[in-house]
Write a protein that binds this ligand. Structure first.
Ligand code: BTN
Length: 229
């Protein structure tokens, strides 16, 4: 595994993809990113003092299935050690501390036939919450940044060695879900807004909403809570 630590980069995900042209397994971390991004090409504000980390690997295409939720499970497993049970999972890829975003995960893949290059990017607001809707770990824990980064790398590298237990991952999302059964939630699915009652998650990790008497399954999209159950 090649480990690259940088002061500044455009995006650790982009750098990991570049390095995957010449190596098979890489970890990239940076103090700041000038073009850090999240899902749907949203900007990820990358303040110095926070964690910006990507792990990239050349894999078989089967590995890509549910990778994003698997990475979320791994990152949550590490962060929960420092947050006294205050974390929630906000489907599909966010980790909330006291209802505010502490960490975001972005999994990207480039597939060619049976092979894929995957990059798992993780941003953790370690020292600062760069936006009003964000939370930081500062104040919750005195874990050192380097120690936390190393634990995240070890946990994420495990993804490429271990067999995922999807039943366990599903229970984990159900137990730690920010959305509770009966909440009224709004889904933004590619610009179309759908409001419905949260019914739970399917075994293949869709979020399930009831709207106009129908059950709808979404595999991607942005969700917000409109009213608690
Ligand atoms: C999201 O919330 O939509 C995901 C945010 C992911 C941000 C991380 S920071 C490290 C890596 N590099 C990026 O440009 N993005 C990810």
């Amino acid at each position: 595994m090649r480990i690259v630590r940088l002061k500044k980069v455009d995006s650790t995900n982009l750098e990991a993809f570049r390095l995957l042209e010449e190596t098979d397994f890489v970890v990239v971390s940076a103090d700041t990113q000038t073009e850090g991004y999240g899902r749907n090409k949203s900007k990820w504000i990358s303040s110095e003092g926070n964690i910006h980390l990507s792990i990239g690997k050349a894999v078989k295409v089967e590995t890509v299935k549910h990778l994003s939720i698997y990475a979320l499970y791994k990152v949550f497993g590490i962060l929960r050690n420092y947050t006294q049970g205050k974390l929630k999972v906000k489907w599909p890829n966010d980790i909330l501390l006291n209802g505010k975003k502490l960490a975001g995960i972005l999994v990207e893949s480039k597939i060619k036939g049976h092979k894929a290059k995957v990059v798992i990017g993780v941003g953790v607001n370690y020292a600062f919450a760069p936006i009003e809707t964000g939370a930081s770990l500062g104040g919750e824990s005195n874990v050192l940044k380097g120690e936390l980064e190393q634990s995240l790398v070890n946990a994420l590298a495990g993804i490429f060695r271990e067999q995922p237990d999807f039943a366990e991952i599903l229970s984990f999302i159900e137990e730690n879900s920010f959305f509770k059964i009966g909440d009224l939630i709004q889904m933004d699915s590619g610009g179309t807004l759908i409001t419905g009652i949260f019914k739970g998650y399917s075994s293949d990790f869709a979020i399930v909403l009831e709207s106009d008497g129908k059950e709808l399954f979404f595999y991607s999209g942005e969700v917000k809570k409109v009213r608690k159950s």
